[in-house]
Ligand binder design. Structure first.
Ligand code: KIV
Length: 307
């Protein structure tokens, strides 16, 4: 019997050094075994280290970075160059999760050539192993097919697609009528047929997700799509509470790091103002003789200043 951990071994029983890097066949195997797939977003080295330590399967450098990292109020302003900087930092912090780079708005819609060029930059310059693009309409499916044709795995994304949320009527659940849900089904099937290795279902009623799951053979990762999907994804800042406000209904908060950060920086500021920081334990020492000699050397300069 192989001594390697298999996909069936719970990740918390596998020593991190022995964990196998996630691959596309392993991901399909997880779906076949109904072993829940864990995905999280990351945008820098520390968030990547946290994802690695938790043994998650998939890490997405999401264009949600526009809001979580860059302070925009939508995902549309983030540009490819920003995404590459963030993805490179994430790459340096990861060993085992599969790294997926989100294609930002405006970086893939214009032509197949533009889409392939952008996806290639994500792979060559940032070390991403796959890319994700939003939408299951004709144009998105064509771009997905082109990128896959160039040898880069693509994750699709249907339901609420924040890059085009204005056209979708705002930041709200999708597929709440039979007609709208059928459109999502058609988009998901078209992306699967184009060769996507997995799909994200975002903000879809859980009853709709249950119906659609029977149609889809590739892994489906949900965010606000209920428990029937093959896995779940959450935005790093949402799950750790690095944000103001509660965020969307589907977010479960596992920490309140924004409050922790505010408290930490306030305590530091208070310590500096009250001269409690730095204490003796935070300072470097110098030999007494060296200090005496320094005083002698500085004395003439000090005298000149006093004149
Ligand atoms: O950009 C992002 O964070 C995403 C996830 C919500 C899937 O697309």
């Amino acid at each position: 019997m192989s001594s390697h951990p298999t996909v069936q071994t719970p990740v918390d029983e596998v020593p991190p050094a022995q964990r196998l890097p996630m691959t596309l066949p392993l991901l399909s195997e997880k779906k076949r075994l109904t072993d829940p797939i864990v995905m999280v977003t990351a945008y820098d080295y520390p968030s990547a280290r946290a994802a690695e330590a938790a043994g998650v399967d998939l890490v997405l450098v999401g264009d949600s970075a526009a809001t979580t990292m860059l302070g925009y109020n939508a995902t549309t302003p983030v540009v490819l160059e920003d995404m590459l900087v963030l993805a490179r930092a994430v790459r340096r912090g990861l060993r085992t999760p599969l790294l997926i780079g989100d294609l930002p708005f405006g970086s893939y819609e214009i032509s197949d050539e533009q889409a392939i060029t952008t996806a290639m930059r994500m792979v060559k310059e940032a070390g991403c192993e796959a890319v994700k693009l939003e939408g299951g309409g004709e144009a998105s499916v064509r771009r997905a097919r082109a990128i896959i044709g160039a040898g880069i795995p693509v994750m699709g994304h249907v339901g609420l697609t924040p890059q085009t949320s204005t056209a979708l009527g705002g930041w709200k659940a999708q597929g709440r009528t039979a007609a709208a849900a059928s459109r999502i089904a058609a988009e998901a099937l078209a992306l699967q047929e184009a060769g996507c290795f997995a799909l994200v279902f975002e903000a879809i009623p859980s009853g709709v997700t249950e119906e659609l799951m029977g149609l889809i053979d590739i892994p489906v990762i949900g965010i606000g799509a209920g428990p029937a999907t093959d896995g779940q994804v959450l935005v790093f800042h949402d799950l750790l509470g690095i944000r103001d406000g509660l965020g969307p209904r589907f977010v479960k908060r596992y920490a309140n790091l924004q409050q922790e950060m505010n408290d930490g920086v306030s305590a530091y500021a208070e310590d500096v103002r009250s001269r409690r920081y730095p204490g003796p334990e935070h300072t470097y020492s110098i030999n007494a003789a060296e200090l005496a000699e320094l005083r002698e050397r500085l004395a003439p300069t000090l005298q000149e200043r006093e004149l």
